[in-house]
Design a protein around this ligand. Structure first.
Ligand code: RIB
Ligand code: CA
Length: 307
């Protein structure tokens, strides 16, 4: 089967980093490029992190494009309290030697989509949707070239992880969520309801330690640091693999179960701005609710240890 051609739009972030490694390690995926978005930490950190992660994996052939510096309307909100000041604390990586591409990430998204055959390219945003929204608003014709947008973000019935309101990616740029929902693009959503079933626990970390490669050492260091916040907040026994779920779905969709429903994002109530919810007035979305957690974690360890 031909590999799935994807562009990863990301705000590294430890779980973003693990999604990047998973994509690089998987023959089912053709990672065409990375576009960065301000999210977990600001620009240029998210761009420098993406470059450094590609270097440790020996894949500086994958081009990195710097995207949006801030949300569309809302004041920037970042998550150093979860990810550390670098955004990938625990990775232990040197600064990158490579540079991002000259072209802005949003313009790259537009050019890459328009030059792709109809319904052939998959966009995988695992951060705030700022870049995707800007690309769709700037050139709506890209919808015809997009096979699917697979987004880690939002929460339906899952406990919020940001300010008691909603999920981080949706909270940071709710107006971008609305633009993407209303665009008509085929959207598959991985909310907290399903990603909170993807916990990288101590047994998996022990399995990774046995390989002792530069990438597995990076995976273990990042996971150990990044687990603390959600362990304290939710009582999990390990780090939540939010973003790798998106890539795992493209590798093996049988790992997840979901259903089509109409979803909207709160834009009016300032106390609930960014909350996503089921609504008859919303856009149709394929929302994932169940994960085969054991098979999912086995896939992660198997693929990361192969890099
Ligand atoms: O709420 C979790 C999501 O927000 C993940 O994508 C994490 O990396 C942050 O971007
Ligand atoms: Ca992310």
């Amino acid at each position: 089967m031909n590999p799935r051609s994807i562009i990863l739009d990301t705000d590294p972030g430890q779980d973003d980093a693990l999604a990047i490694f998973l994509a690089l390690a998987s023959p089912e995926i053709e990672l065409r490029s990375i576009v960065t978005v301000a999210g977990n930490v600001p620009q240029p950190l998210v761009t420098e992190n993406a470059l450094a992660l590609l270097e440790v994996a020996g894949r500086t052939d994958v081009p990195v494009y710097r995207g949006a510096d801030r949300p569309l309307i809302r004041e920037q909100y970042t998550a150093e309290y979860v990810h550390g000041d670098t955004g990938i604390d625990g990775a232990g990586l040197p600064p990158p030697t490579a540079q991002p591409q000259e072209l802005h990430g949003v313009h790259h998204l537009i050019e890459a989509c328009l030059s792709a055959p109809a319904k052939s390219i998959t966009l995988c945003p695992v951060g705030p949707l700022t870049n995707i929204a800007l690309a769709l608003a700037t050139e709506p014709a890209i919808v015809d070239h997009i096979r699917e947008v697979v987004w880690m973000g939002g929460s339906i019935a899952g406990a919020p992880n940001t300010q008691g309101v909603g999920e981080f990616n949706s909270y940071v740029d709710p107006h971008a969520v609305h633009i993407v929902l209303q665009s008509g693009v085929p959207l598959t959503m991985f909310p907290l309801d399903v990603t909170h079933q993807a916990i990288l626990g101590p047994d998996a970390l022990d399995r990774l330690r046995r390989y002792d490669t530069p990438v597995t050492r990076c995976c273990v260091g990042m996971s150990e640091f990044y687990a603390h916040h959600d362990e304290d907040r939710f009582g999990f026994e390990g780090a939540v693999m939010h973003d790798p779920c998106v890539i795992a779905y493209l590798i093996d969709p049988t790992l997840f179960e979901g259903r089509r429903m109409r979803v909207a994002v709160e834009l009016a109530d300032p106390d609930l701005l960014g909350r996503t919810y089921a609504s008859s007035h919303g856009a149709e979305v394929l929302v994932m609710f169940e994960a085969d957690s054991d098979r999912l974690i086995d896939l992660f360890v198997d693929r990361w240890s192969s890099l």
